[in-house]
Design a binder for this molecule. Structure first.
Ligand code: UTP
Length: 296
């Protein structure tokens, strides 16, 4: 980063939760994908906790049709809490308290049609204003309880400024499902980005470094999203708008260290449940015993 340049801290996070979740039908007919639990917490809670750990103060949820459960989730459930109090259920009360966000720190924006991730992010433009912001896709569960992904990225951004996207290596045969980075020089976990392409056709990916749903973005991206250009799948892609910033400002991929579960995918979701259950002292032994007895 240039000497004398003052980097604005990232205090706002956008959670695009307006997708249809077709891979999880029929469950997502009535339950938003982001509310599907991993063990006992909705996916969205993991993403919010990750944002809080990175110093985010304002959470912006870009919701859509059928996502009311998500808005209710962050309300204080007064009746439920009174009942728990009356019955002396202190542990459960503390669980609920742990999910409470400070008043005024949540904003909801509607995405009127699921026109793509880029479109969802653009819907938050009046709230992000001229500040840098984070984007977290809650169906990507990035699990590192000691040093969560977004906090790792914020530290990296403090060194280099500009755009930072979290990446992990994926198998060659899966690159067509992701935003893939064309890498330049690497310094530790940071890699300069020379190009960024959404869902490259099989055999054309510039690397195996795939975006895994965490971004630190400069406000200039919103003007590019406003152009409304359609990309892969006929959707307005965040990747395409970000790619236009390459060369205009620092742009790095950050190789996240920790576990990743693609919970928008059934196998990823089941795997996340097993992995996180095994790590829990209360239910881990029972799950392990079942696996030992039934899984070779
Ligand atoms: P996905 O590609 O997983 O799409 O979106 P989806 O609709 O949620 O799920 P499938 O593929 O039909 O099963 C990645 C992220 O972008 C959000 C989703 O909510 C998810 O967090 N998204 C996607 C939006 O908010 N709006 C959109 O128009 C598209």
């Amino acid at each position: 980063m240039k000497k004398g340049h003052v980097l604005k801290p990232v205090k706002k996070a956008v959670f695009p939760v307006g997708g249809m979740g077709t891979r999880f039908l029929p469950a997502t007919k009535a339950v938003p994908k982001e509310m599907l639990p991993v063990v006992d917490r909705p996916l969205l809670q993991y993403a919010v906790d990750e944002a809080l750990a990175a110093g985010i103060e304002q959470m912006i949820f870009v919701t859509g049709r059928g996502k009311a459960a998500l808005e209710d989730y962050f309300d204080v459930a007064a009746e439920l809490e009174n009942l728990l109090r009356a019955r002396g259920k202190e542990v459960e009360l503390r669980v609920l308290e742990g999910t409470r966000l400070s008043p005024g720190s949540i904003a909801y924006v509607r995405q009127q049609e699921p026109a793509g991730l880029g479109h969802a992010v653009w819907c938050a433009r009046h709230i992000t204003g001229d500040e840098p912001f984070a984007v977290l896709l809650p169906d990507e569960l990035l699990w590192n309880p000691t040093d969560p992904c977004l906090a790792q990225m914020v530290r990296a951004r403090n060194e280099v400024g500009g755009t930072v996207i979290a990446v992990m290596e994926v198998p060659e045969k899966e690159t067509h499902r992701y935003g893939i980075v064309d890498p330049g020089a690497s310094h530790g976990a940071l890699t300069e980005v020379k190009g960024f392409v959404e869902k490259p056709k099989p055999g054309t990916a510039p690397s195996r470094l795939a975006a895994v749903g965490r971004y630190l973005i400069e406000p200039e991206c919103m003007a590019l999203l406003a152009e409304g250009r359609r990309g892969a799948g006929g959707e307005i892609q965040l990747t395409d708008a970000l790619a236009q910033l390459i060369g205009r400002q620092p742009f790095h991929a950050y190789t996240y260290s920790g576990a990743r579960f693609d919970c928008g995918d059934k196998a990823g979701h089941v795997t996340a449940n097993i992995a996180l259950a095994l790590a829990r002292p209360d239910i881990g032994p029972a799950v392990r015993a079942w696996l030992d007895a039934n899984v070779r």
